[in-house]
Design a protein around this ligand. Sequence first.
Ligand SMILES: O=C[C@H](O)COP(=O)(O)O
Length: 258
Amino acid sequence: MTADPNVDMRDAARTALACLDLTSLNDADTAADIDALCRRAQTSHGPVAAVCVWARFVAQARAALPPAIKVAAVANFPGGALDLQHALADVAEIAQAGGDEVDVVLPWRALLAGQVIEVAEFLSEVRFASRPLTLKVIIESGELATAERIAEATRLALAAGADFVKTSTGKTKIGATPAAAATMLKEIAASGLSAAGFKASGGVRSVADAAGYIAQTEAVLGAAALNPQRLRFGASGLLTDIESVLSGAESVATTSAY
Ligand SMILES: O=C[C@H](O)COP(=O)(O)O
């Protein structure tokens, strides 16, 4: 008897839903957009892990959602300048508004310029200021480009105490890729930090895309890591395909172009 591939896709869709940071980070986002996002976060198939929004929408999202759905917001986003005061102001705004999670952009241009100590200090200060919130560090893997630099950024994020290392802002040409994920997952495993997680974001549009990252995560971190404490998907467009698959319809999305 051959395995039914639709069963695997439904499993992947269920995992992707439970691990989804449903994201809206458009410059023109309005309160009505965030209301709609929060309604979408509570699907007939179950809740997403979190919504991810601009800091100015945290209080609204927190009020609209049950406690089980976390509110994440971005800091130092999307540019990733080496601007600690800006990042700390974002973190303070998110914390004061009742946010649960901070997604901060690592100063990747500074890292490319060799300012390793300055980047490490930036991450350490952001980690200190953001406790007890969950901290995800966005390394912008597409701009770092090489496995060596992606590995170095991942190590810096983990050394600073990041809860998750996240691939991309979704605002640059290249978002999450299987190659970047492989490097990041290898570094997470090598760190020995059993609570550290991985977040794929930027261009993740289909359950087939998500299934690939789920398989990679399981292969490197183990099946026990396939939960929202260790794995997230940051995506503005993935939920439609998840719902299609869980409703028994064909996947409607095409896989990532990367
Ligand atoms: O942080 C998450 C990303 O901004 C989402 O990127 P996306 O719009 O390509 O799904």
